[in-house]
Design a binder for this molecule. Sequence first.
Ligand SMILES: [Zn+2]
Ligand SMILES: [Zn+2]
Length: 218
Amino acid sequence: MIDLHTHSLFSDGELIPSELVRRLEFMGYLAVAITDHADASNLDFIIPRIIQVSDELNRSQPVKVIPGVELTHIPPKSIIPFIAKARGLGARLVLVHGESIIEPVTNGTNRAAIEGGADILAHPGLISDEDAALAAEKGVLLEISARAGHSFTNGHVAGTAKKAGAGLVLNSDAHSPDDMMTREFANKVAEGAGLPPGSLSSLLSNSSQLLKKIGYPI
Ligand SMILES: [Zn+2]
Ligand SMILES: [Zn+2]
């Protein structure tokens, strides 16, 4: 198992990164990205610390830990420069908190994330065909979310991605231990999104290809 979207107490998650990683190691995970919520107030505070703990954990235990970030509620106009800023600070995986229907995420967030070349557009809600087509062209992966609420539109995301030829990943968006996915649960979320049985392995293969691309082969 791989999870490329999790939160630690560097934003609104419950666990310190080391416990987050240890719990996933115990569950048999191969890789996890720590992707705390960030905006202009905390980007330069959290990224170096997540890098520090990721480097340390990558030396001392088997789960590959990827220092990432989830740019969250950043006005669309500023998203593209913030993606560059996050990468400049050393984030190896950049997610953008997409237009989930359960939050007032500003219209245009999905588009800006894709245009800016985020690695993953998290929970993109009712993403349009045009945006999904651009995601396919730019290689931005669209997220199927196991998180309550964000998952309301998984069926739409899966269908729209399929039509457009965009790649999908499945992540937990875990904020606490109870949110961590067993493989069995991840399978159910994938099928619940309307994907055919057995799709989890292709979703995980998209995650592992992305890991290879960013220098964390598993
Ligand atoms: Zn989010
Ligand atoms: Zn999140």
